[in-house]
Design a protein around this ligand. Structure first.
Ligand SMILES: Nc1ncnc2c1ncn2[C@@H]1O[C@H](COP(=O)(O)OP(=O)(O)OP(=O)(O)O)[C@@H](O)[C@H]1O
Ligand SMILES: [Mg+2]
Length: 450
């Protein structure tokens, strides 16, 4: 263990303190002892220990109270209570109140040491959970994947859970939702991360070319094959093979791949000696692959072999609470690339993005922020840096500041009402609350009438 667990011992018997300190330090713990509970509390406030061993009967502040205050300060600390008072009822009471163990005086040092070992195990597990929880929830990111919406937090949980399990995974989500990003995180968290992440796009090849790419070929396998060409599968040995757009894999290739996954070996094109491999497949698709198995367009046996864990990444429009976080994340990212110091996006900018549906998902949001950071002249992103089609799209949701002059806004409004009234001038004037002459002048200015 890098850091020894810290133990605080509180008891008014100085001799006992000295004995405990000596023997617990010999076991590798860091030990601080106090004969006065108030000094102990001060020290606990400054730095809560992992384990607190305390007497019950003490002047001014009893052990149970000290335990309660410690638990408020730190929820991982385990408390062992010792006392000369060996009534069973009191023991039950203190353990009910949260003591890890109750020990009656006199006790054997070995008995205490054993209890300390058990408490230390519990603390260690609690610390691990705590740090995992922090990694997942508090930072609202997992490596470079950002998100705080419930589905993203679930995805972070799943990644953490399967990081040490060597299982095949299918990632399903619309284009730009982060499938490849998540696949890379899964690889980097896995025991295979010492090797490369090997991506392969299943949609861009014919069956024949794909076989050649994945399986390689022997010398002389076909005309022009004048050397041995190792396949991508060999490169993916002991690492992670990322099969992008897996649903588009030709059916014949699916049969071959399934065989590789089952047999852990394959033949190069034109080969006779099997090549042994150990691969993990992370597959991605934006198609409904389950449905494709029902229509026979994707082999269900391959689907089951790949689908050990299925991760669904919802489109950005269904988790809009991630937008502000993603915007900050991309501002930081592009500040670095463009050597800028943008602090944030203003409210109007965010409001506009929140009203947009992002057909291109996070990739589209990233492009929008990248462009805005490149264009920005102040330290804030404003709607002026948004693409014109996006600002036009939600012109009605804007209060007008920052994007259009009042004049432009008025002109757009007049135009819209005029069209809405089927170019009826009387009706338009009434709706706008202006005279027909004023309207006529304005329509003329706008070239809407001859
Ligand atoms: N949650 C996220 N946090 C940070 N960046 C993200 C997130 N999701 C996606 N991105 C970024 O958005 C871009 C698109 O992501 P990615 O390439 O992983 O999407 P994809 O689902 O594989 O898309 P396609 O189906 O089009 O291949 C990448 O630059 C990626 O880093
Ligand atoms: Mg992709």
């Amino acid at each position: 263990m890098d850091h020894p667990l810290q133990i605080v011992v509180v008891d008014d018997e100085k001799i006992l303190l000295t004995r405990l300190k000596k023997s617990l330090e010999a076991e590798g713990y860091g030990v601080a002892t106090f004969s006065d509970p108030f000094s102990a509390l001060e020290s606990i406030k400054a730095k809560p220990p992992h384990i607190l061993i305390t007497d019950v009967k003490m002047k001014g502040l009893d052990g149970v109270e000290l335990m309660n205050r410690t638990k408020i300060l730190s929820d991982i600390t385990e408390v062992i209570v010792i006392t000369g008072y060996s009534s069973l009822d009191a023991a039950v009471e203190t353990t009910k109140k949260g003591a890890f163990y109750y020990l009656a005086k006199p006790f054997k040092l070995d008995a205490l040491k054993l209890i300390v070992v058990k408490a230390a195990e519990k603390v260690t597990v609690a610390m691990e959970n705590e740090s995992l929880r922090k990694k997942i929830h508090d930072r609202r990111r997992y490596k470079n994947i950002v998100g705080a919406s419930p589905p993203m937090v679930d995805i972070f949980d799943t990644i953490a859970k399967i990081s040490r399990v060597d299982c095949n995974v299918i990632l399903h989500g619309e284009s730009g939702t982060g499938k490849e990003l998540i696949a890379k995180a899964l690889h980097e968290e896995s025991p295979r991360s010492k090797g490369p992440f090997v991506p392969f796009n299943c949609a861009s090849f014919t069956e024949e070319l794909m076989s050649n790419e994945l399986f390689g070929h022997e010398k002389g396998a076909f005309t022009g094959a004048d050397t041995i060409k190792p396949g991508l599968l060999e490169m993916a040995d002991k690492v992670t093979l990322f099969l992008d757009e897996v649903a588009d894999m030709p059916l014949l290739m699916q049969v071959k791949l399934l065989r590789v996954l089952q047999e852990h070996n394959y033949l190069r094109v034109g080969g006779v000696a099997p090549v042994n491999i150990d691969i993990r497949v992370i597959a991605a698709t934006n198609k409904n692959i389950k449905q494709l198995t029902e229509t026979g367009d994707f082999r269900s046996d391959l689907f089951y072999s790949l689908n050990v864990v299925f991760i669904e990444i919802p489109p950005l429009r269904e988790r809009k609470e991630d937008i502000p976080l993603l915007v900050s994340h991309f501002i930081e990212k592009y500040n670095l690339s463009f050597n800028k110091r943008i602090a944030e996006a203003n409210q109007e900018f965010l409001r506009l993005l929140l009203s947009y549906s992002f057909p291109g998902n996070v990739r589209e949001l990233e492009n929008i922020v990248e462009r805005a950071v490149a264009l920005a002249e102040t330290d804030k992103l404003t709607v002026r840096e948004l693409p014109p089609d996006l600002t036009m799209f939600s012109i009605t949701s804007l209060s007008g500041d920052g994007i259009l002059s009042l004049k432009d806004y008025e002109n757009n409004y007049i135009r819209a009402v005029y069209n809405h009234s089927n170019k009826n001038q009387q009706k338009t004037a009434e709706l706008l609350g202006i005279s027909r002459t004023t309207l006529w002048r304005k329509l003329k200015e706008l070239d809407l009438i001859k």
